[in-house]
Design a binder for this molecule. Structure first.
Ligand code: CA
Length: 653
């Protein structure tokens, strides 16, 4: 047996090939009966976000990958892949056990899976891989945490901690998913188990606090495509979904994905002895098509819930207790009734991964460091930043003037604030005030940002991202700021981003923008319609925008990919006055959202502005506009009527 075990590790670099650890010498010499354990790959990423590589590729047969730590993958490509691409790698009986799969940031595209077994090409052959006792910690790359794409694999005794996605039986038959624990803890988009294909078994799994909907529900049974090509969706046939505990989860989706193409309903399928106990969403079941091919038997649901299924459920009172191990569970009598084994986490985080390697979190919160006072003057801000550490707060003096005359590169987390009273004045002689580079994150609080010293040229911006690919997601928070006179020339944006950059969150709160010749948030640089986009969450609240010639927000996510959750937009209690009407505004909108997956606009007022423009596309987007008023403004322009309005007024005054 070959064994690779190492106290060294792969960190802070990247592979020049397409695999970091490969169970083969070359394509003709595969490893078999080999073991890799106690190894670490941490933050070992290609700087090009969309250059694809795989950290671990398992070929051959009878290999073991155990007690390893794989954490912080940020570029495209599966973290761990089992390959079945040659005859010698099929029917492989690999074991993937007790590994720690550490946090993986949202990729903002397909290709962010943590574990994939097989590909659609060989999905009708068996892999016989066992995935057992692993800990998946916030694996948020995309909506498939695990993409199972081959036959006869077993997923047992794994823990999924706050993962935004699901264990997906994407292809392949005879999968067993048993005794896995999913803790969503009410985090957004956390999911459970998604069933596709023939002869799948899902039993005695524990699912808690999962909030995801559609393909990211706690339990999802998909519709298939009749005579499906290999790369589409096989019909669910003879699935057994039995003895699972679904606790305080929001969505169980049956016949999900039903459309003209996916018209083959689940058949021969049994849902029996499951407990659905929840009070967060009292209408947890969504049924998209004919469920006559699913038999419901001896299930238990709390009686407060609205149930669209006629038979096969016993109603009981909502009753959730914490057991002696601190885990939420229903009444022990009910557990006995469904033959659920002891409610107990099958593996702890400490029991997984390379024992010698500490599991740390890389993300630094705003304001978590020291306060550094900064005197007014020229480039005092840049000097103070140079002395700061991640998380520090640069504290300015009220009414002070802070002029920037050099490039200001933000390459770690920092807050720039005036504590109270009058806001400090920040001006720049450069085309951009602040440039966020990899590892940077910026919070601006209680500042007056003035464009009057900016160069007399088109295309200035207050904040830009790197011009090059960034493999780390960033955050930009703007709170209680006054932004004035971004108008020295045309096309002066507040935020300008570049291709292959990704923000986790862009927040504007309690701020006022006046006289802007470009856009406030210009987020439309992924133009190739590949399902890639530039920001997950956009939040704009309690703010006023006046005389913004471009769109206040222009967000674009093109293509038909269904692997992502975002972009997600929330805009509440804002006023838009004379916005979006500049002659250079190609969008002809005050706000434009293309391909947004989840949008809520509430309590907003438009006055003398261009319309709110929506382009609603794939993925059954949710778009809601309510309690809002359009004065001398055309209202909502959309490509279809798949949005919801409530209490909207349009007036000429
Ligand atoms: Ca995927």
């Amino acid at each position: 047996m070959n064994t690779l075990t190492s106290q060294d590790f792969f960190k802070n670099g990247h592979t020049p090939t397409s695999e970091v650890i490969s169970f083969r010498k070359d394509k003709d010499h595969l490893a078999s009966h080999s073991r890799v354990h106690n190894c670490v790959i941490d933050n070992y990423n290609n700087p090009e976000r969309f250059e694809s590589d795989t950290w671990v590729a398992i070929y051959g047969r009878h290999n073991s990958f155990d007690h390893n730590s794989l954490t912080g993958k940020r570029n495209r490509g599966v973290t761990l892949a089992v390959r079945l691409n040659t005859e010698e790698s099929r029917e492989n009986y690999h074991e993937i056990k007790n590994n720690y799969f550490g946090p993986r940031q949202n990729l903002g595209s397909n290709g962010g899976e943590t574990l994939r077994i097989g590909t659609s090409h060989y999905s009708l052959t068996n892999s016989n891989t066992v995935v057992e006792g692993n800990y998946f910690d916030r694996c948020n790359g995309e909506h498939e945490i695990i993409s199972n794409k081959s036959g006869s694999n077993i997923f047992r005794n794994n823990v999924f901690f706050e993962c935004r996605g699901t264990l997906t039986m994407r292809h392949g038959q005879h999968t067993l998913v048993e005794n896995n624990y999913f803790f969503g803890n009410r985090k957004p988009n956390t999911g459970g188990i998604r069933v596709i294909n023939e002869y799948q078994t899902v039993r005695n799994n524990y699912l808690y606090g999962l909030t995801g909907y559609r393909f990211r529900g706690a339990l999802v049974v998909m519709n298939g495509v009749p005579n499906s090509p290999l790369n589409r969706y096989n019909q669910v046939v003879d699935a057994k979904i039995e003895g699972n505990l679904v606790m305080d989860c929001d969505h169980v989706q049956l016949c999900a994905g039903s459309d003209e193409e996916r018209s083959a309903i689940p058949v021969g399928t049994v849902m029996a002895r499951n407990i659905f106990m929840g009070n967060t969403n009292l209408s947890p079941f969504t049924i998209y098509d004919d469920i006559s091919g699913i038999t419901f038997r001896e299930n238990i649901i709390n009686k407060e819930a609205i149930l669209p299924i006629k038979k096969g459920f016993e109603k009981v009172g909502y009753n959730v207790i914490k057991n002696e191990k601190g885990i939420s569970t229903p009444d022990p009598d009910l557990l006995q009734q469904i033959n659920f084994p002891e409610v107990s986490v099958p593996v702890s985080k400490d029991e997984t991964g390379a024992g010698y390697y500490t599991k740390t979190d890389l993300e630094v919160g705003f304001g978590s460091g020291q306060v550094i006072p900064v005197s007014p003057g020229t480039n005092t801000l840049i000097e103070a930043f140079g002395k700061s550490n991640p998380g520090d707060i640069l504290q300015l003096e009220g009414e002070g003037k802070y002029l920037i005359t050099k490039d200001f590169t933000i390459d770690h987390t920092v807050s720039i604030t005036t504590p109270a009273g009058p806001a400090a004045n920040v001006l720049s002689e450069k085309a951009s005030f602040f440039r966020i580079e990899n590892e940077g994150a910026l919070e601006l609080v209680n500042l007056r940002i003035d464009g009057s010293e900016s160069p007399d040229q088109p295309g200035n911006a207050v904040v830009t991202t790197s011009k090059y690919s960034m493999n780390r997601n960033y955050r930009l928070f703007v709170r209680n700021c006054v932004v004035v006179d971004l108008d020295v020339n045309h096309s002066f944006d507040f935020l300008r981003i570049y291709q292959h950059t990704m923000a986790d969150t862009l927040l504007i709160e309690g701020s006022r923008f006046t006289n802007v010749t470009g856009a406030v948030l210009s987020l439309d640089r992924e133009v190739e319609d590949l399902g890639i986009y530039n920001v997950e969450d956009v939040i704009v609240t309690n703010s006023v925008f006046e005389k913004v010639q471009g769109p206040v927000v222009n967000l674009y996510r093109g293509g038909t990919d269904e692997s992502t959750f975002g972009p997600i937009v929330r805009a509440e209690n804002n006023r838009f006055i004379d916005c979006g009407r500049g002659k250079r505004n190609k969008t002809k909108a005050s706000l434009k959202f293309h391909g947004v997956q989840n949008m809520l606009i509430e309590g907003c007022t438009w006055q003398n502005s261009a319309p709110l423009t929506l382009y609603l596309t794939n993925g059954e987007p949710i778009a809601i506009v309510k309690n809002s008023e359009f004065r001398q403004t055309p209202g909502i322009v959309s490509n279809n009527d798949q949005f919801t309005t409530e209490n909207i007024t349009l007036t000429d005054e």
